[in-house]
Each structure stands twice: as C-alpha cells, then as structure tokens.
Ligand binder design. Structure first.
Ligand code: GLU
Length: 477
C-alpha cells in the first residue's frame, strides 16, 4: 500500500485504568490508519495535574502494547511533532494564546466559580440553557487592570462569533449543524495557566498533522467549538467521526456492575488480546462477507475496516460474543501465548504433562482457570459429581465398572483398547459405553475428547475413580 497522509491518534488522559471503551477508540483509530497505509499517534492529555500521573501513563502504554496497538509516533516512539505529552507543550500553547488575544479572539475572564454558578442558576430558572453570560467579554483595559490588581487570576476565554452556524460532516453521523449563538464563550486556559481540553486537543491535532479523529459521541458537541478555534487560528481541521459509546449488557452506561472491565482485569482473567480486539472491532463497526466471523489479526482487521461501516446503533457489551472470539483465539494461540497458562497449573500436574494436558482440553476451555480445573480433574482428587453425572453412573450399574476395572491394567492408558475390551465384556456401545466412562473418570457428562485425557490420567487415579463409580452405582439414591 502506498503511504498516505492519513494520521490518526489516540489521545487519552492518563487519569485511571484503560477500559473497553477507550480501548475500542484506540483500536478504531489504529485500524483506520493501517487501513489507509497511514500513521497512528499516541498523545497523552495530561494537563490536569491533579488527576494525571506518570504511573497511569506507563500502565496505559503497557496496556496498548499488550494489545498489540503500537504507535508510530508518541511518547517513547518519538516523532517530529513532539513532545507528545501535553504537560510539556506549554510554550507551544502560549504562542497560540497570544495570537488569539492579539486578534481579540480571546479575552481574560475574572468571574469566580461562584459568580458563574449563580449566573447558570439564573439562566436555568429562566428556562434557558446555561452558557457564559459575557460578563468579561468587553472589559476595558483599566477594568482588567483593576481586577488584576485585586489579585484575581483570570482564565482566558475564546470569543465565539455571533449568528453563525458551524457545519461539518461527521464520518459516522453525516452533516452536523451547530448555531454559534448556542455556544457560550468558553475557557481555553485555566486560571492556573494550564491549557483547557478544547484548546490543546484541537491545536495539537492540527500541529501533529492528525487527519482523522474517531472518538466517543460524548465529544460531539465539543467539535463545533474546536472547529471555531482552528478556524480562528487558521490551522488545518481534521475530519471527525463520533462513535456511539459502549453500553453495558443492560443498555445502561458501561460500569463495573454491567460488564465494564479494565485491560488489566482482562489480562488477569486470561482474555487473549486477539479475542478482545476481534470483539471490539465489531462493536459498532460491521464487517461483511467471509471475514465477518473470522478471527483476524490486526492487519486483517484493518484491511476490512471502513469508516462508512461504523454504525450508529447502540453498542452493547455482550460477554457471550467476547467468549466466542476467545474460543477461536485459544484454539489458534501459539505455545508462547499460552505458556503463562501452564505456569498457573497446580503442582499436582507434572511439569512434563502440562503441554499435553493443554493440547487435550484446549478446545474446551476459555481461560487459565479452566485449564487449572482440568488439571485437577485429571491429576487431582475427583471434584464433586454433578447430579446428572451421578444418574449416568447409577444407570450404568456396578457390573459395568467392575468390567472396566478388570480391563484397566492390561489396557494401561490406551483408551481405544479399554473401550474395545469393555464393549466385548459388557455389550455396551456408543453413548452407553462412553458416557458412563466419561462420567466416572472426569466427573462430567461433557468435555473434551476422552482418549487424550485418559492417556494422561495416572492409572491409580483412573482405578480409584472407577472404584468410586462402582460403589456409587451399587447404592440407591
Ligand atoms: N483526552 C480526551 C479523552 O480522553 C480525548 C478526546 C478526544 O479523543 O479528542 O476523552
């Protein structure tokens, strides 16, 4: 693919853990860049000093890397448009503040938080949506000086032009129109001198050459403000696309209660990055044709990614769907990916049998805990039997297990040989032969193919379980 000028970005605020929502935003932007042979940039929006921390930034970058979402430009990757941490870009912002002030497109505002709150209240009471009333919009130089002399520290507000309409084409939602009279003059520099979101986010996109911004629909109403700023500064405007937010499985905003998981929690539980990426890539974006249900790598996901396939329907978190992708990912995972799962096995599972155990049960497990459970089933004490398992054992009767015990030594670990000998001895075949064996040996009525599991099971354990089954079958419930 020939390189293009497409550049996308992920611009998180390092104030907490990364969750499915912002992970999907990162993914969509990475896919859009890759689908067009462009570049994907990471920018840390850490101007809110009280909430941002370097520890969060480090975790965030580790999470992105674990997911395989590597950035071409940004912290630690470098690039010509850096620095990529907004906390280090104060001097850049200062230049643009001065330009706006010189053109009278921005003015100092001395209103206190309390005054602003009172004004908002009054507007609400009058049935109007609250917006800045313009109190400081036309102060004279003397009035400003007097307030400064009183020790008031001003914010800087952008002067929104009156009676205009900001029109833009949203990549997901089509044409958007916002009358400027509904937008109050807004703060672009806080009283402590730090840059406010609207300003640094827009200015940085322009200065970093970002061509496309995919972000949550909660930012949709910010976009007209940001476009006004960019136009006032004569800076290039990216194309914006606002994607629907992920809701919980109950349709309510995603939260701990209804399925929200942090990347750290996903990793800890054993979800594989490939599964998570394949799931998220389809949450609010439609793949059509044969790739719809195929597990794809990042390039595969990118090749079929199209902004016009971004949907507006609610994106509901669905654990079953995620599990579907996990199953495919576990099936396809290479040894290195699943190596940590082997390390989490109990000591009861001999080191030289662990890989064989994984191979035997791989298509029936989703998580390292499932593997650990199978480790117990094959090498540890038999877990409690489920009621349906008990019924199967009783139906088979003690004679069946007696016969199985008689064939145990001679067929040592060879399941087909055991099955054959047992068929000859008891006349049982098919389900009637296999189900009682499965129930007795594994304590379950369903599970992976029995042969490989049986081959791994120490003969003493197999004997003990068949004996237990024989006892159980001889008793009445
Ligand atoms: N720092 C902003 C956020 O995390 C970025 C929004 C955007 O993508 O423009 O919400």
């Amino acid at each position: 693919m020939t390189p293009t000028n497409v550049k996308t970005r992920f611009a998180p605020s390092p104030t907490g853990r990364m969750h499915l929502g912002n992970l999907r935003t990162a993914l969509f932007n990475a896919l859009l860049a890759r689908s067009r042979g462009g570049r994907f940039l990471l920018r840390l929006e850490d101007t809110d000093e009280s909430r941002s921390s370097d520890a969060h930034a480090q975790t965030l970058m580790a999470d992105l890397r674990w997911m395989g979402l590597h950035w071409d430009e940004g912290p630690e990757a470098g690039g010509e448009a850096g620095p990529y941490r907004q906390s280090e870009r104060g001097a850049v912002y200062e230049r643009y503040y001065r330009m706006l002030e010189a053109a009278d497109r921005a003015y100092p505002c001395f209103c206190t938080e309390r005054e602003l709150e009172l004004s908002r209240k009054a507007q609400r009471a009058a049935g109007r949506p609250p917006r800045y009333a313009g109190t400081c919009a036309h102060l004279t130089a003397e009035e400003r000086e007097r307030r400064r002399a009183e020790g008031r520290r001003p914010t800087l507000r952008f002067r929104v032009p009156a009676e205009k309409t900001v029109v833009f084409h949203d990549l997901v939602r089509g044409e958007q129109r916002f009358p400027t009279d509904e937008i109050g003059d807004f703060i672009i520099r806080r009283a402590d001198g730090t840059a406010a979101f609207f300003f640094c986010n827009a200015v940085d996109d322009a200065l970093m050459g970002v061509s496309h911004v995919l972000r949550g629909e909660d930012h949709l109403t910010n976009t007209p403000r940001q476009l006004l700023l960019l136009r006032a500064l004569d800076l290039p405007q990216p194309e914006y696309g606002h994607i629907n937010l992920i809701t919980g499985d109950d349709g309510a905003p995603l939260s701990k209660r209804n399925g929200s998981l942090s990347v750290a929690e996903l990793r800890e539980a054993g979800w594989l990055p490939e599964a998570v990426l394949n799931y998220l890539a389809r949450l609010g974006h439609h793949y059509t044709g044969e790739v719809e249900s195929q597990l794809l790598d990042l390039q595969g996901l990118a090749d079929a990614f199209r902004t016009d396939a971004l949907g507006r329907a609610p994106a509901r978190f669905d654990r079953h769907q995620l599990s579907y992708w996990q199953q495919l990912a576990v099936h396809r995972a290479d040894e290195a990916t699943l190596a940590p799962w082997l390390e989490r096995l109990d000591d009861a599972v001999p080191a030289d049998r662990r890989r064989a155990l994984l191979a035997a049960v791989r298509d029936n497990i989703l998580f390292p805990d499932d593997l650990a459970e199978w480790g117990q089933r094959v090498f540890g004490p038999l877990p409690e039997l489920a009621p349906d398992t008990e019924a199967v054992i009783r139906d088979a009767g003690p004679g069946f297990y007696e016969a199985a015990l008689a064939e145990l030594e001679t067929t040592a670990g060879d399941f087909p040989a055991l099955a054959k000998a047992l068929r000859q001895a008891t006349g049982a075949k098919g389900r009637q032969l296999f189900m009682p064996l499965r129930a007795a040996l594994t304590g379950l009525c369903r599970g992976p193919e029995l042969g490989p599991v049986y081959a791994l099971m120490p003969v003493d354990i197999a004997r003990c379980r068949l004996e237990q089954a024989r006892e159980l079958a001889a008793t009445t419930p």
